[in-house]
Design a protein around this ligand. Structure first.
Ligand SMILES: *Cc1c(COP(=O)(O)O)cnc(C)c1O
Length: 478
C-alpha cells in the first residue's frame, strides 16, 4: 500500500500487515525526530513567537473525512505544531518549577501506550497493579518514607492533594461520606501554599471561606503559633478543623514549612496532615537534603511529582499515605460484606481514588529508576542544587541585585534593586531573546524574578548565560 495515498481503510487495518508496516515506518521516523530534537533542543527558541489563536487559525476547522497518511501528519507536526511549542526540554528553561523528562521515560510512555492496558482492578492488568506497587515502593525507599506507607499514582499533584483532603474528611467527619454537608469543616494551609490546595477544598465542598491561609514568617514558612491560634479560634466558634496541608518546597520560593511542629499541632487537634512536596520531594533522594523532610513520617499523606524533578515527563504524581484504609473507605463503593473472595495480594486501584481508568504510568518511572539508578538521579539533583547556589552567590555579590528568599533547593528568587516595572522589563527582555526563559512571582507585594533549575540537559553555562542576559537587560531594560 502506498501511504502517500492516505491511510488504509479499516478493513485493510484489520487485515494487519499493511497497517503494521505503516506504523513501523512512522514509528522509526518519530524516534528519529525525537533523537534529533533532544540532541539539538538548544537550537529552538525557548518560547515560541506565536499570537494567541494563531495555531487554531492555521488548522482545518473539521477533521478529515478520509484517513490521511502519517507523512502528512508528521509534516504538519513540524510545520505547525513545533513552532507553537514552549520548549520545556530546553536546557535554558528556568521558569516556574524545575521540570525534566528523559529518554527512558519516553520509551516507557510509548510502550505503555502500545499496551493500552487499563488498571481498574487487579485482573484488568496484573502487571500494572503490581509494577506500580513495586515502583512506588522503590521510590518510597529512595525518599525515605516509612515502610508501611502505601503509594498510588495519580495524574497531577492537584488531583492528589484533593484526594488527601477527602481522606481528611473521611477521618474527621465520616458521616459526610453518606450524608453530605460538613459545612463546618475547616482546612489550614499557608499563604504560600499552591493554589491546588484551595481548589481541592473548593472541589470537595469545603468552601473558600473555610480555607485558612496561615501567615508565614520572614522566610515564607507557615507559622505554627498562627496555625494553633487559628485552630483554637475555629474550635471556639463551633467549627470543625479537619485538615492541615504543609508544603515542603512552596511554588514561589521553595520554602519549607516546619512539618515537625505542624505535626505536633495536627496530632493534638486530631487533624489529617498532608504534605505537599510536589517539586521538592525529589530532593529527599539526597541524604544531605533529608533534614528538610524532618517530621514527614508523622504526616498522614505526602505527594511528590515524578514529572517535576524526577526525570519523568508529565504526568506522574506519586501519592503516599500511611492510612490506605481511610483512602479506601473514602473511595471504594463496594461494601466489604459484598466483596467477593479475594486474594489479599490482588490490589484493586479503582478502590483508591476517583478515576476508574488507570494509566500504566508506573512503567516510565520504572524505566527511569533503572536507567539512572539512585546515584544517577542524585548526580542530576546535586548539580542543579549546586548551580542554584552558585547563581544565588552571583546575585548576592552584585551591588544592583538582591535575593529575596533563601534558596534551599534549585530555585532562586531575586530582583534588580529598582522598581517593579524595571524588573518586569528585565524579564520581558530576557525572555524575548529566545535564549532563556525565567518567570516571576510576587512576594510581600513586590515583583520578583524567579529562576528554577531542573532540566537534565542544563549545564552551568546555560545558567551563566541567563545571568549575563539578566545583567545586560538591567543595563538597558527597554
Ligand atoms: C507544581 C506544584 C503543584 C501542582 O502540581 P500539578 O501536578 O501541576 O498539579 C502543587 N504543589 C506544589 C508545591 C507544586 O510545586
Amino acid at each position: 500500500m502506498d501511504s502517500q495515498q492516505g491511510a488504509p481503510l479499516p478493513d485493510v487495518v484489520r487485515q494487519g500487515d499493511a497497517y503494521i508496516e505503516d506504523f513501523r515506518r512512522a514509528g522509526h521516523a518519530a524516534v528519529e525526530w525525537v533523537a534529533r530534537y533532544l540532541g539539538e533542543t538548544r537550537k529552538f527558541p525557548v518560547l515560541p513567537s506565536v499570537r494567541p489563536g494563531q495555531l487554531v487559525d492555521a488548522l482545518p476547522r473539521s477533521a478529515p473525512e478520509q484517513g490521511e497518511a502519517f507523512e502528512a501528519m508528521l509534516a504538519d507536526f513540524d510545520r505547525l505544531i513545533v513552532p507553537a511549542v514552549t520548549h520545556w526540554n530546553h536546557p535554558a528553561f528556568f521558569a516556574y518549577f524545575a521540570c525534566t523528562g528523559s529518554t527512558p521515560a519516553i520509551v516507557g510512555e510509548m510502550l505503555a501506550a502500545a499496551l493500552n492496558t487499563n488498571g481498574l482492578h487487579w485482573l484488568t492488568s496484573p502487571a500494572l497493579a503490581e509494577l506500580e506497587q513495586v515502583t512506588l515502593d522503590w521510590l518510597r525507599q529512595w525518599i525515605g518514607l516509612p515502610e508501611n506507607w502505601m503509594g498510588i499514582v495519580y495524574d497531577t499533584a492537584s488531583t492528589t492533594s484533593m484526594h488527601a483532603i477527602v481522606c481528611a474528611r473521611e477521618m474527621v467527619a465520616p458521616e459526610v461520606h453518606a450524608e453530605g454537608g460538613g459545612r463546618d469543616l475547616v482546612l489550614y494551609t499557608s499563604g504560600q501554599a499552591h493554589s491546588s490546595i484551595e481548589k481541592g477544598a473548593i472541589a470537595v465542598g469545603v468552601g473558600q471561606k473555610n480555607v485558612r491561609k496561615i501567615a508565614v514568617d520572614a522566610e515564607f514558612r507557615m507559622r505554627p503559633d498562627e496555625l494553633e491560634a487559628a485552630i483554637e479560634r475555629d474550635r471556639a466558634a463551633g467549627l470543625r478543623p479537619f485538615c492541615v496541608v504543609a508544603t515542603i518546597g512552596t511554588t514561589s520560593t521553595t520554602s519549607v514549612d516546619p512539618v515537625q511542629a505542624i505535626a505536633g499541632i495536627a496530632e493534638r487537634h486530631g487533624l489529617w496532615l498532608h504534605v505537599d512536596a510536589a517539586y521538592a520531594g525529589a530532593a529527599a533522594v539526597l541524604p544531605e537534603c533529608r533534614h528538610h523532610f524532618a517530621g514527614v513520617e508523622r504526616a498522614h499523606s505526602f505527594v511528590v511529582n515524578a514529572h517535576k524533578w524526577l526525570l519523568t515527563p508529565i504526568d506522574l504524581s506519586a501519592f503516599y499515605t500511611r492510612r490506605p484504609d481511610i483512602l479506601r473507605s473514602a473511595f471504594s463503593l463496594i461494601p466489604e460484606y459484598l466483596r467477593p473472595q479475594q486474594d489479599p495480594r490482588a490490589h484493586n486501584l479503582m478502590d483508591y481514588g476517583i478515576p476508574l481508568g488507570h494509566r500504566f504510568r508506573a512503567l516510565k518511572l520504572w524505566f527511569v529508576m533503572r536507567y539512572f539508578g539512585r546515584e544517577g538521579v542524585q548526580r542530576v539533583l546535586r548539580d542543579h542544587i549546586e548551580w542554584a547556589q552558585r547563581f544565588a552567590a552571583l546575585v548576592d555579590a552584585h551591588p544592583e541585585f538582591e535575593r529575596v528568599a533563601p534558596a534551599p533547593f534549585s530555585v532562586v528568587n531575586f530582583r534588580f534593586r529598582g522598581t517593579d516595572e524595571q524588573n518586569r522589563a528585565i524579564m520581558d527582555k530576557v525572555n524575548a531573546s529566545g535564549k532563556t526563559f525565567i518567570s516571576s512571582t510576587v512576594l510581600n507585594g513586590t515583583f520578583v524574578l524567579h529562576l528554577a533549575i531542573g532540566n537534565l540537559g542544563t549545564q552551568w553555562a546555560d545558567v551563566e548565560q541567563a545571568w549575563e542576559l539578566i545583567q545586560a537587560a538591567a543595563q538597558s531594560p527597554a
